[in-house]
Design a protein around this ligand. Structure first.
Ligand code: PRP
Ligand code: MG
Ligand code: MN
Length: 179
């Protein structure tokens, strides 16, 4: 285990098992719809990569980079588009892939944008959901794990850009972010 991690909250095996289940469900729901699967960079890149391998129907992928946290542990409330999509979503069944929903600001902003571009449908799959963090009302269509109010890292989730490469979800030692 990484030295900055206090406790492993969700193991690599548990994550991979959940992704198998999510992928199977998504494969049923998106059969014959050629969905455009959108990865919300950077956090969702690890989940995206594992998830699409488990969705056994034709699909296309694209990437969008947004950021609201920067190096802080709290959302700034301002969502910035850093990289936009390469393709049009008009008339497409769009599936947004997120690593975590906390305040809900990132996703509510993204969904507003994509609906404004005349997507046929917009749904969200998130691997983690921290409902205690919500400031705007928002629920994912597909959720992996409900997470307690702790500062978690790993599996794509960062603190100041570190720990994204951990294959599990860990709780960061408080002394790491308190100074
Ligand atoms: C994190 C995370 C989600 C978002 C969730 O991204 O990856 O995208 O925050 O928080 P919210 O529901 O309060 O908006 P971040 O802005 O840190 O950028 P990153 O993905 O590049 O780490
Ligand atoms: Mg993110
Ligand atoms: Mn982040």
């Amino acid at each position: 285990m990484h030295n900055d991690i206090k406790e492993v909250l969700i193991s690599e095996e548990e994550i991979q098992q959940k992704i198998l289940e999510l992928g199977a469900k998504l494969g049923e729901d998106y059969k014959d719809r050629n969905p455009l699967v959108i990865c919300v960079l950077k956090g969702a890149f690890v989940f995206m990569s594992d998830l699409v391998k488990r969705i056994e129907v034709p699909l296309e992928i694209d990437f969008m980079a947004v950021s609201s946290y920067g190096a802080s542990t709290k959302s700034s409330g301002v969502v910035k588009i850093i990289k936009d999509l390469d393709v049009s979503v008009e008339g497409r069944d769009v599936l947004i892939v997120e690593d975590i929903i906390d305040s809900g600001l990132t996703l509510s902003y993204l969904m507003e944008i994509l609906r404004g571009r005349s997507a046929k449908s917009v749904r969200v799959v998130t691997l983690f959901d921290k409902p205690t963090g919500r400031t705007v009302e928002l629920e994912a269509d597909y959720t992996g794990f409900i997470i307690p109010d702790a500062f978690i890292v790993g599996y794509g989730l960062d603190y100041a850009e570190h720990y994204r490469n951990l294959p599990y979800i860990g709780i960061l030692k408080p002394e790491i972010y308190s100074n």
